[in-house]
Design a protein around this ligand. Structure first.
Ligand code: PDD
Length: 287
């Protein structure tokens, strides 16, 4: 089966799909994206992702290219045509095509909309979660608007590459005060010595993870105490458990931070239980 990509209202063969070389996303990184997890061919956490999409676009003064309802149809159709049951669907919206100039185009420009979908291997993901992953820590050298989900990801790209080169799954980024902000493509969590779930507050310069938000609700209803409060790398290394959240990895236990094992070096019970609870909830609420 050949993969198909949605590009400005048309489905094209994925391998041949493209946009103009004068697309502002390509030339200037002038655009945003969203990623939904897909369960049983449906979009997980729809409300949270649409709300963040609208917010990101608003911050860049790009209009929503179509209504939520129309976008949902396009996203689901991309998932369906690519026969994705479990995986992700990716949406990118840029300011569109214009003669290269840093400032916004002065003539009205239609946003460029691209949607792609990719199958994942749920058994492999589950096996990875059963084993746990490792993270390295690096200075957070990103800009001051990490709350916007922009396609400008160079610091994240370099951090992730550094992690790969060290055999790690993720890089945790650490601010000037020694506090973990988030991962290169995920939010960071620990279960501290008191059994409290800790994750950075959204007042900090981080992406407001949708998985993070849903997991806060899931964990609260399961009776856990949540404290949206920063933690240091030393606190994370001494934590009972550590894990990360994101639309790709869902909830993923961390068993090593830099050179130190987390607790006994095996995935913790809380992270494993929350992964299962998150997946159950996401399946129930996906559209
Ligand atoms: N990344 N922080 C960063 C920097 C991210 O890029 C992501 C998601 C998250 C988690 O957000 P959410 O739970 O809404 O997926 C946090 C996506 C998956 C990506 O770039 O592919």
């Amino acid at each position: 089966m050949s993969r198909l990509a949605y590009v400005n209202g048309r489905f094209l063969r994925h391998a041949e799909a493209g946009v103009s070389i004068e697309d502002r996303g390509y030339q200037l990184g002038d655009g945003i994206y969203e990623v939904w997890a897909v369960f049983d061919g449906k979009l997980a956490d729809p409300k949270g992702h649409f709300a963040r999409l609208e917010r990101s676009l608003g911050e860049l003064q790009i209009d929503m290219p179509m209504s939520r309802a129309a976008l949902t149809v396009a996203l689901r159709e991309t998932v369906r045509r690519n026969k994705v049951r479990y995986g992700i669907v990716y949406l990118q919206v840029t300011r569109g095509v214009a003669r290269r100039d840093h400032a916004f185009p002065t003539v009205p420009t239609a946003p460029t909309v691209v949607i792609t979908a990719r199958s994942g291997d749920s058994a492999a993901a589950q096996a990875k979660a059963a084993k746990g992953v490792s993270v390295i820590t690096l200075p957070d050298n990103r800009w001051g608007r990490c709350d916007i989900k922009t396609i400008n990801l160079l610091p994240n790209v370099l951090a992730k590459q550094a992690a790969r080169e060290e055999g790690a799954f993720e890089a945790w980024l650490v601010d000037a005060d020694g506090l973990v902000t988030e991962g290169a493509s995920s939010n960071a969590w620990i279960v501290d010595a008191d059994g409290v779930l800790r994750t950075r507050d959204i007042g900090a310069n981080i992406l407001r993870g949708v998985t993070r938000l849903t997991l806060i609700e899931v964990a609260k209803s399961a009776g856990y105490t949540i404290d949206e409060r920063a933690f240091t790398v030393a606190e994370a290394k001494a934590a009972r458990e550590a894990f990360l959240t994101g639309a790709g990895a869902l909830v993923m236990p961390i068993v090593r931070i830099d050179d130190a094992p987390v607790a006994n070096g095996h995935p913790g019970q809380v992270a494993s239980a929350l992964r299962a609870a998150y997946i159950q909830r996401a399946k129930q609420t996906s559209i």
